[in-house]
Design a protein around this ligand. Structure first.
Ligand SMILES: C[S@@+](CC[C@H](N)C(=O)[O-])C[C@H]1O[C@@H](n2cnc3c(N)ncnc32)[C@H](O)[C@@H]1O
Length: 186
């Protein structure tokens, strides 16, 4: 990292590891294949690509975005190594999404609610990119701001449901992860 990485948008390389929240969301995908197969699916802040790869392997048409180019390169390598159909890896900032409105019935978020300033842009992305009746699945560790994010989203008109809470371990670290289901009110 260089000094240019420490501007107002401090870009610590959180993409460089797989997080327990990603494991929990990947497991949910595996247990809910029928809700995944054949769907257009957006993985937001995909990092190294675990959840995008699992959704793609299960038959979803996956677009996976991150604003860090090295993350996308390694995610592509991961998909090659695991012989799953390549998601469409897109370098994009979620604050300036470039999707046609209503494109995705399924949006995946793993460990993204760690800064309060993310809530507004992510809500904007959900409102734009979700197809009518679409669902956001968000896995968040307890150390983050998941509770606050869910309250903020509920106040902005999303139906918020807590699906599960479980411990997950990954790369030597553990976390209690809450899985949230967010639906736009019609
Ligand atoms: C904690 S990591 C989670 C990565 C992955 N979802 C997982 O669970 O392993 C957060 C990810 O969000 C990405 N990110 C942060 N701000 C972003 C933004 N404004 N636009 C797109 N991606 C962003 C980071 O580069 C990083 O890959």
């Amino acid at each position: 990292m260089g000094s240019e990485d420490f501007g107002p948008d401090e870009r610590l390389p959180y993409w460089a590891e797989v997080w327990p929240a990603g494991l929990v969301l990947a497991a949910w995908l595996g247990e809910n294949r029928d809700r995944v197969r054949g769907r257009a699916c957006l993985d937001v802040g995909c990092g190294l690509g675990l959840t995008a790869m699992v959704a793609s392997w299960l038959g979803a048409r996956v677009v996976a975005l991150d604003y860090e180019r090295p993350a996308l390169g390694l995610a592509r390598t991961n998909a090659l190594a695991n012989r799953v159909p390549q998601p469409l890896w897109v370098q994009m900032d979620w604050r300036e999404p470039g999707f046609r409105p209503g494109s995705f019935p399924l949006i995946l978020c793993a460990d993204l609610f760690y800064e309060r300033r993310f809530f507004g842009p992510l809500l904007g992305l959900f409102k734009t990119a979700l197809a009518p009746g679409g669902v956001v699945l968000a896995a968040e560790p307890r150390r983050g701001l998941g509770e606050q994010a869910s309250q903020a989203f509920a106040a902005q008109g999303l139906d918020v449901e807590r699906l599960s809470e479980q411990k997950a371990f990954c790369g030597g670290q553990g976390a209690t992860v809450t899985l949230w289901r967010l639906v736009l009110n019609q």
